[in-house]
Design a protein around this ligand. Structure first.
Ligand SMILES: C[S@@+](CC[C@H](N)C(=O)[O-])C[C@H]1O[C@@H](n2cnc3c(N)ncnc32)[C@H](O)[C@@H]1O
Length: 330
């Protein structure tokens, strides 16, 4: 993760609810809560959220469970306190936080995207593991995985009391092999009686394959699975969340229950094969060839917005991504 938090979480934090309004999170918060409850061995009563930001999800799921909300940014915690005054708020880095107590569930929403290296992602998973009680559940909801990533553009914003914000957003993957993508924003900030100003910022976000997610979760000790994300505004099958159940006894326990778990797909861990220099050379050439095709497709005129993608084109891009990852990882 970059050492400095993006401005939207620091000096611009008091604009945050005009960027994304807490009311808009009801449906997804309900999905996350259901997924956690279905994977649990009993009704969860305590929950720790890592990177809880403005507390938008928490403002909905708190009616089911008592949340402890943690974030690296004091400004975002202060903002969350305005809508979740009854919740415990604690400042901490999800890679290092240790509260010396356990919870029935740990939830990490889009904040997990700020883990840009495998080492950071593993540390965040380890934090979740340390804070889960035996039999407890951790749920991770990254914005994207390597398989479903596509360049997108978006815009939006809201009006407030005497001020308004509008934004433009792009996400792109300048180097498909480096495990990150770039999230760029332009904010237009309008305040009564003040000159309107614009701010640009780019966020580096982590992009990991499904197999990578499942392998790391297993390595830290969870029984991992992937679950399709369901939301009325998201095409079915286009996004996944990751669930880790902490074994209640030995590390290898696989006790699972609930409808979500029946849907869940088990981890398949890639095996390393011995490779010769020649094989590596051809693999490198093959990757380069796939990368060229991908760049052509992405730069073509009809590949502007994710919602306009033709189904076949998306499937080809996804296949190329998966083939490239496999060629590199094997
Ligand atoms: C998009 S916001 C989260 C919003 C939240 N999902 C909600 O429901 O309102 C992302 C948050 O991640 C936090 N963050 C980034 N890196 C972090 C880290 N290493 N540890 C804890 N929080 C972090 C940022 O401060 C920011 O508040």
């Amino acid at each position: 993760m970059a050492d400095q938090l993006p401005r939207r979480y620091t000096d611009l934090a008091d604009w945050y609810y005009l960027l994304t309004a807490p009311e808009e999170y009801a449906e997804e918060a309900e999905f996350y809560w259901r997924a956690i409850a279905d994977a649990s061995d009993g009704a969860p009563r305590t929950l720790l959220e890592l990177g809880s930001g403005g507390g938008a999800n928490a403002s909905h799921y708190k009616h089911n469970v008592a949340p402890t909300l943690t974030d690296l940014s004091p400004q975002m915690l202060a903002l969350s306190q305005t809508i979740n005054p009854e919740c415990e708020h604690i400042q901490g880095d999800m890679r290092a936080l240790r509260l010396n107590r356990t919870f029935d569930a740990v939830f990490v929403h889009d904040a997990i995207c700020y883990m840009t290296t495998e080492s950071d992602l593993r540390r965040a998973m380890q934090t979740a593991f340390e804070h889960c009680r035996p039999g407890g559940v951790a749920l991770f909801a990254p914005d994207d995985t390597r398989e479903n990533f596509a360049d997108t553009t978006d815009h939006g914003g809201h009006d407030g009391e005497g001020r308004a914000l509008r934004y433009l957003q792009w996400s792109s993957d300048p180097d498909p092999l480096d495990g990150t993508y770039l999230y760029e924003f332009v904010y237009v900030l309008h305040e009564d009686g003040q000159p309107t100003r614009t701010v640009y910022e780019g966020h580096d976000c982590g992009l990991f394959s499904r197999a990578h997610w499942l392998r790391l979760l297993k390595e830290v000790g969870f029984n991992p699975s992937a679950l399709p994300f369901e939301h009325s505004e998201v095409p079915p099958g286009s996004l996944e969340v990751f669930v880790g159940v902490k074994p209640s006894g030995g590390r290898s326990s696989s006790k699972r229950c609930g409808a979500s778990n029946r849907l869940a797909v088990r981890a398949e861990l890639p095996r390393a094969a011995p490779t010769s220099a020649c094989l590596w050379y051809f693999r490198f050439k093959f990757c380069k060839f796939l990368w060229r095709i991908e760049q052509r497709l992405r730069n073509s005129r009809w590949h502007n917005r994710r919602k306009n993608h033709h189904g076949d084109e998306r499937r080809i891009l996804r296949l190329i991504d998966v083939m490239m990852r496999q060629a590199v990882q094997t």
